[in-house]
Every structure is written in C-alpha cells, then in structure tokens.
Design a protein around this ligand. Structure first.
Ligand code: FE2
Ligand code: FE2
Length: 411
C-alpha cells in the first residue's frame, strides 16, 4: 500500500513504492530501501515534494490501483520530449528561422512519441513540475498528445468547421498538434534566463514575452505544417479575446492552439517560479475551472484535461472533517475530485484497527462530513464537486472564501 509521505518526514528503512522524480529525471527507483544518504540527497533536491512509501501493514487489507505503468509512460515520453526540445534549442539563433533539414530528426522523434502514446494508452496523465523550458515543453507536449487522443472526434469537427480539413489528409492526425506543442515556446529560448527572475519584469521584457508566440511561429522552418505554425502563433489567445498577440475571438482560434493553451496553463501553474510558489494539481485545476481566468479556456478541452490528470494522487492521505484520515486508493475516471478512498487512520493519523477500516467508496459520498485538508492545506472547496462541471458566473461567489487560490493566475 502506498502512502504519500513528504520528503521531510522520510526515515531510513522506508521502502519506495514509486520512482522518485524531479521534473523528467528519475532520482531513485521504486523498491529501494531508503538510507540516510538517500534522504539527505532528496532533502537537497526536492525538499517540498512527497514520495510514495510502501505501507505493508495496510497493503494486506486494501487494494490500490496500480498506476506505475501510467507513471512510467509519462516519464519516458516526457524525458524523450525534453531531449528533443533541448536538441532543437541548441539550433536556435535569435532572429533566424530553423532549417527544415535540422528539424527533420526532431519531427521524426515527435512522430515516434505520438505512436508510442497511441500504443500505450494511459488512464491518468501524470506530470511533474516543468522547471526549465525543456521540462515545461515536455509537459505540454505530453498533455497535448494525451488530450489529443481523447479529443480526436471533437478536433475533427472543429477543423471541418473552420475549413482547415483540406490541409489534412487524415483529420485525426495528431502530428500538427504534437509538433506545435514541441515548438510552442521555442521563441522564448534566447530570453528564458532573463525573464525568470524574482524582480519585476521590465517593460521591454514584457513586450518580448508577449511577442513570443509570433517569434516562435516565425522561427519554424518553411516546410512546417500550416496548422502547426498557426497553433504556435495562437497558443496564448484566450476564449474571451483577452489573449495575445492578437486578442483573437474564440471562433477564430485554431483548436490546436486551444489545446496547447489549456496544457500550458496547467503545466505552468504546478511549477514554482522565482516570483511565486507552485500550486498543487488540485489548486491548479480548481482555479482553471472556477477562478477568474476560467473564461480563457475552451470548456470542452478543460473538461478533457480534468478527466486525464487525476489531481488527487493515489496514496494521498486526506484529513476528513470528521477528524479521521482516509487514503486515496483509486482514480475515478471523469471525476477528478472524487477518487475512491478508504478511511484507515484515526484522528492522530495512526492506523485504525482492521475492524474499523471502512471503504473503499468515492470521496464525494461523504456528503455530511466531506474532506478538510491534504498535507495541511485546506481542500474543502472540492466538497460537492463530483462530476466536473464548469460553473456559471453566479456560482463563483459561493467560493469567494478561496479567493487566494482563485486569484493566483497564470496569464
Ligand atoms: Fe508560450
Ligand atoms: Fe508554454
């Protein structure tokens, strides 16, 4: 049985239930028994993270969904995507387009990754922080392809509606989307060190950032698919016409750009920056659906994201309003805030006697009590949200208590 344990609470002798990763890098493999040296190393690299630890006592009583395959596939795809991006970024010369023959191996790699993901469908698309541009791109790439596979029918209809279908031999082809995801921020490469700083951005830096969709699109080689170039150019356009660089109306935004917009915002939100902390996936998803920027996103695409990311991880120890603790045993497809739980710990967090363990049942069946917090952070705002519904404006006021979450936005 895996229990998510914060790195600061690890003790020698504990056994890892899951690979420990930092971005796209595996730090320690599952099955390892932790030594003081391992723990020191993790404290140095990822002091604020949680890792999954085997809890053999409860393992015999409770069955957990095994998502190790989902984790592994995500890791493989994202680390390969990060390598492809790094390879591309070495070819970047400010103000110069990339050459198509130089990009050919990158495109080949992109197509292979699409095929790999097609042949290994995942139940949950699990990602980690995207601290540098390569890791961020890898996250966006992975989420876009995962959304793409879930959304092919919708995208086909949109393409026909916007009469782009004649560009496409196979309207279900994910190559233009995946390629656009790979290159979407390529124009940020020359300015990335300059814009990631604790100090306020200068006017010139803001101008350069707002220019990057165009810079990226202009850098693409001549032979790139027209839809790819368009998606890169439009990836910061918003559904409410507040985006950049062109403040486009939603009906004119390329659907591939809308997919990148959603994946990009989620990856950015869960990543810490020098000027703000990372949000948890629960906060990020809640904010994207209920926060003041919810009008930025295509509702359909956001809903697809919500079905595949599983924001409350297996092994999470949740504090309930009753004071008892429950552990997440299974993801519930299409209901991101309603995982299956088992109530297995008393009010002090110690294991309950076997006879008093209850569950598994979906979290949202605890109608009267509900959940209070996860890892000391209030998450009671998810009580009552089982099916993921994007609310009407009037519903938002109910959640005003959580303004500090809803206002932390990534533009
Ligand atoms: Fe961007
Ligand atoms: Fe991005």
């Amino acid at each position: 049985m895996p229990i998510l344990t914060s790195v600061k609470k690890l003790k020698p002798g504990m056994v890892l239930d899951q690979n420990v990763v930092n971005g796209v890098t595996v730090l320690l493999k599952y099955g390892i028994t932790l030594t003081p040296e391992h723990i020191d190393s993790l404290l140095g690299k990822i002091p604020n993270k949680k890792v999954r630890i085997v809890d053999s006592a409860l393992d015999e009583i409770v069955t957990f969904q095994d998502d190790s395959r989902d984790q592994d596939i995500s890791q493989i795809i994202r680390s390969e995507a990060a390598k492809l991006f790094t390879r591309t970024s070495r070819m970047v010369r400010p103000g110069m387009p990339l050459y198509s023959k130089d990009c050919a191996p990158v495109l080949k790699g992109v197509y292979q990754l699409i095929d790999t993901m097609g042949s290994c469908p995942v139940k949950a698309a699990l990602i980690d922080e995207g601290a540098d541009l390569a890791e961020h791109t890898a996250n966006v790439f992975y989420l876009c392809v995962a959304i793409g596979y879930s959304l092919r029918n919708y995208m086909r209809n949109e393409r026909h509606r916007l009469s782009y279908a004649n560009y496409i031999k196979n309207a279900m082809d994910l190559k233009p989307l995946a390629t656009a995801a790979m290159f979407h921020d390529i124009g940020l490469v020359p300015i990335w060190p300059q814009i990631n700083k604790p100090e306020k951005l200068t006017r010139e830096e803001i101008r350069l950032i707002r220019q990057h969709p165009k810079t990226s699109a202009d850098m693409l080689p001549d032979t790139i698919h027209p839809l790819t170039r368009q998606a890169v150019l439009m990836h910061h356009e918003n559904h409410d016409s507040s985006g950049y660089p062109q403040r486009m109306e939603k009906n004119k935004i390329n659907v591939l750009a809308k997919v990148i917009r959603v994946a990009d915002a989620f990856s950015a939100a869960i990543t810490s920056r020098s000027y703000r902390p990372a949000k948890t996936p629960i906060e990020a998803l809640y904010e994207m659906a209920y926060g003041k920027c919810r009008q930025y996103y295509d509702t359909k695409i956001l809903r697809i994201l919500s079905t595949i990311i599983q924001p409350i991880p297996i092994g999470a120890k949740l504090k309930l309003k009753s004071g008892l603790y429950a552990v997440v045993t299974k993801h519930t497809y299409k209901e991101p805030f309603n995982p299956e739980i088992v109530i297995a710990f008393d009010k002090e967090g110690n294991p309950l006697p076997t006879a008093r363990i209850t569950g598994p049942f979906p979290l949202q069946t605890l109608k009267r009590t509900g959940v209070e917090s996860f890892d000391g952070k209030d998450i009671s705002y998810i009580n009552g949200i089982s099916k993921f519904m994007i609310p009407k404006t009037s519903d938002i006021e109910i959640n005003h208590k959580y303004r500090e979450i809803l206002d932390l936005v990534y533009p």
